[in-house]
Design a protein around this ligand. Structure first.
Ligand SMILES: *[C@@H]1O[C@H](CO)[C@@H](O)[C@H](O)[C@H]1NC(C)=O
Ligand SMILES: *[C@@H]1O[C@H](CO)[C@@H](O)[C@H](O)[C@H]1NC(C)=O
Ligand SMILES: *[C@@H]1O[C@H](CO)[C@@H](O)[C@H](O)[C@H]1NC(C)=O
Length: 366
């Protein structure tokens, strides 16, 4: 073998090994966004409720077969975090003209000089965008955000925190961040909520599931507010079917057939954080009256205090299954993290930690 061949083999091997696999620390209150076949994770905390959070940045590569029983081999890879500050309780969305820019908003940030951070994914670099418009939105946690087709990120309500130099308060507004024009506007809203989960429906409506209201009460799961992004109006819908236990910090994933898969979360009783009675609930939005169902499924296997990755197979509506492997790549180009594709398996990938479990949805905790 001549030198040229050896060099070629060396280059080939070094390109294969250049990207070292990464083993993330257990966490909750991180945020995640899916671009192509990669789910990018940012921030989060390991213990307790508060904290400045992690500054690592990594992704899960869904084009590689996953076997969750082989923890060392789960295809997590570390990514450039230069310019990313440690954060937790932030939310994120995919924006920009080509839907390839990650926008992180609010939450705890070690360097809190900017409310928003932007990851330019094609160029693999973090930037601090200059966003026009006044007043500046209030930094908040326990909010939720979705980005529509026009690149507008809708961030409703949430709470301030003494950590941000502000007394606790529930914020009554809708921040609309234009991820293309880099400007924002703030609208007042008829009521406020925190720790609910937003789902963007195909018709431009945003459905809010769960959370707590201004009187700190857990809102009933059969009364769901909807924000019409086109007309800037609100209405409430009443669901049919069972009424699942109220919850906060769950994830909600809209799949292309109109099911919203709601997973996890907590319901506090006294001082105790308890998982809601039903681990997994499904809202059918293909029906004129949205309908809740509790699928027949084993409860999440021994999970609430581990750092495992969990995969839910939703391909058979009659039989949801927790699985440990995912062989086939997910081929869908997503623009919203909650729009997981379900050609094969997948919708809810979770990494759990301590008493919370956090999924890749836009929710903060799970
Ligand atoms: C920014 O961080 C500093 C130092 O931790 C803190 O005193 C201040 O209240 C924070 N301000 C905001 C708006 O988060
Ligand atoms: C929707 O429900 C909220 C409370 O959850 C209430 O404050 C609001 O007035 C309701 N809106 C309409 C249009 O009924
Ligand atoms: C959702 O509703 C549609 C229309 O009624 C129905 O065809 C479909 O089977 C339902 N899906 C589930 C999971 O119940």
């Amino acid at each position: 073998m001549d030198l040229k061949h050896l060099i070629f083999i060396f280059l080939l091997l070094s390109s294969i090994f250049a990207q070292r696999q990464y083993i993330p620390t257990p966490r909750h209150s991180h945020t995640a966004v899916m671009i192509g076949k990669k789910i990018y994770f940012k921030g989060g905390v390991n213990q307790g409720f508060d904290g400045l959070g992690f500054e690592d940045f990594f992704y899960l590569d869904l084009s590689i077969p996953i076997d969750t029983t082989q923890k060392q081999k789960i295809p997590f890879f570390s990514e450039n975090n230069e310019g990313l500050t440690a954060n937790s309780w932030s939310i994120s969305g995919l924006g920009g003209i080509n839907k390839d820019q990650i926008f992180i908003f609010g939450g705890f940030m070690k360097d809190n000089s900017s409310l928003v951070l932007q990851y330019d994914s094609p160029n693999k670099r973090w930037i601090t965008p200059i966003i026009n418009g006044s007043p500046l939105p209030i930094r908040r946690r326990e909010t939720s955000g979705v980005v529509d087709d026009e690149g507008l990120m809708y961030i409703w309500s949430g709470t301030t925190d003494t950590f941000f130099g502000q007394p606790f308060d529930i914020i009554n507004d809708m921040v609309i961040l234009d991820t293309i024009g880099l400007s924002w506007q703030i609208k007042s809203t008829p009521f406020a909520r925190y720790s609910s989960t937003a789902v963007l429906l195909p018709d431009g409506m945003i459905l809010y599931i769960g959370g707590r209201s201004e009187d700190f009460g857990y809102v009933p799961m059969n009364q769901l507010p909807i924000y019409n992004t086109k007309s800037d109006t609100w209405f409430n819908i009443t669901t049919s079917g069972i009424i699942p236990e109220s919850r906060v910090g769950h994830t909600a994933t809209l799949v292309p057939d109109g099911r919203i898969i709601v997973y996890g979360g907590i319901h506090m009783i006294g001082e105790a954080y308890l998982p809601p009675k039903e681990d997994l609930i499904v809202l059918n939005t293909s029906r004129p009256i949205y309908d809740w169902k509790v699928p027949q499924i084993q409860k999440m296997p021994a999970s609430r205090s581990t750092d495992e990755l969990h995969i839910l197979d939703i391909s058979n509506e009659a039989e949801y299954k927790w699985v440990t492997t995912m062989d086939k790549p997910v081929y869908h180009q997503n623009d919203q993290i909650q729009e997981y594709h379900n050609d094969f398996q997948t919708p809810t990938l979770t990494i759990s930690s301590q008493e919370y479990k956090t999924a890749t949805g836009p929710a903060n905790w799970l």
